[in-house]
Ligand binder design. Structure first.
Ligand code: GLN
Length: 198
């Protein structure tokens, strides 16, 4: 034991700094990950919010898609918020033409699921795995988990039952952005998962 956890934030596009700050505040050593060699130096990876189609395209251009898929297959813990959740989904609907994901979560995720007026909104969510108080969740052009397989645990749902946070083994995904509200518990859950596997 001892030593700081070394975790990465995929730093291709999106709210990289916000995640890096939360993880640093929680005592982790943070590596920004743009290249395979940086990925191989970390024990877990956060996939930020941003634009999933851009992160997909650029990660392929930078030769990162296969290394990230290999890391997922090898059991590296990952936490994706919003666009990051989309990138961890095995299946997506309403992606742009040719959009791919890293996959890993046995879920179908709909991009930009909250159209029109409610594209962005905030709400308090009960998350039994995190206990009290509820999580103040910010949704920004957020996706929704439309369907999930039997090995996927729904961590949180909206009042109408629609699932917005999931976990499958060492992979966690939220449709909202804890990194922008000072909410630390999802990142703590991620770091505990990294600690348990490294
Ligand atoms: N709508 C974005 C996408 O499709 C996600 C938005 C976000 O990450 N805040 O990637």
């Amino acid at each position: 034991m001892g030593g700081r956890l070394r975790v990465g934030v995929l730093a291709i596009q999106g709210d990289v700094r916000e995640h890096a700050r939360v993880l640093t505040d929680l005592g982790a050593e943070v590596q920004l990950v743009r290249r395979p060699v940086e990925l191989s130096s970390v024990d877990g990876l956060v996939l930020p919010g941003g634009e999933s189609s851009a992160i997909d395209k650029l990660s392929r251009a930078f030769g990162m898609q296969h290394p990230i898929r290999d890391a997922i297959a090898a059991g590296m813990p990952m936490y994706g918020t919003c666009a990051g959740l989309i990138l961890l989904a095995d299946r997506i609907t309403d992606g742009i033409v040719g959009q791919e994901t890293f996959g890993g979560l046995d879920v179908t995720v709909r991009r930009n699921a909250f159209g029109g007026q409610t594209e962005s909104f905030e709400t308090d969510l009960d998350v039994p795995a995190l206990g009290d108080p509820p999580v103040h969740a910010v949704f920004i052009r957020a996706p929704l988990v439309e369907q999930h397989g039997p090995d996927v645990e729904a961590l949180a749902a909206l009042d109408d039952g629609r699932v917005v946070a999931v976990r499958q083994g060492v992979l966690i995904g939220t449709a909202f952005h804890p990194e922008v509200t000072g909410e630390l518990r999802f990142h703590e859950l991620f770091l505990n998962t990294v600690r348990a596997t490294s």
